[in-house]
Unconditional design. Sequence first.
Length: 255
Amino acid sequence: MKKLFLTIFFITGLFSSLAWSETISGDELLKRNGLYYKKFTDSPFTGKVVGKKNGMIKDGKPEGFHTWYYDNGQLMLKGNYKAGWRHGIHEAYYDDGQLKYEGTFKNGLENGLYLHYWENGNLAWKSNYKNGIVLGLYLQYHENGQLYRKSNHKDGEANGVTECYYDNGQLRYKGNYKDGKKDGLWKWYYKNSLLQMKSNYKDGKKDGISVSYYENGNLSVTSNSKDGKQHGITKIYNEDGSLENTRTYKNGVEQ
């Protein structure tokens, strides 16, 4: 009985070893329903892949360290996989060799600091994750390196003050989020720093007075909203400051 058991164990190990020893080019693989198959076969592939894509595949899923390359030979991606999921540090590159992004994953989800870069090498955005959810400060940048947007997140939703900037560093808009929804006073600005519009929000909907301005500083529109719908008197002005017309709304319907 013991001899039979050892024989079965040996044969099982032999077949497993033979499966892992198969080496094919990435061009011989097809992906169906999230799994890799060798062309003209019906069973998920197990073995080694070489060429533009390099690494081990087990039961159709990437396993261990993998590297991908562009046609020009430059490294495209490198990182570790666990049962098909990105697991550990991953780095991706542009086709000129410039770093594109770097981040750490756990069972396919972002965990920790994540950095993404423009092709010129400047930082594009910076964020922190826990189990795939954005936490804390989130920063985005223009391609010229100027700050584009900064916001705070709690449990994956924007929470607190958010600011956005033009590529010249001038403030574009500023406002507050509460549980992912606009809340309180928001202000927008022209690139020349003059106020463009200001509105109040409640639970993500306009609520109260909104005022917008022409780029020359003159009034453009004044209106009132209730629960996200125009409600009350709306005044529309010409660019020279003269009143063009007045309209009255009730729950979003013009009267």
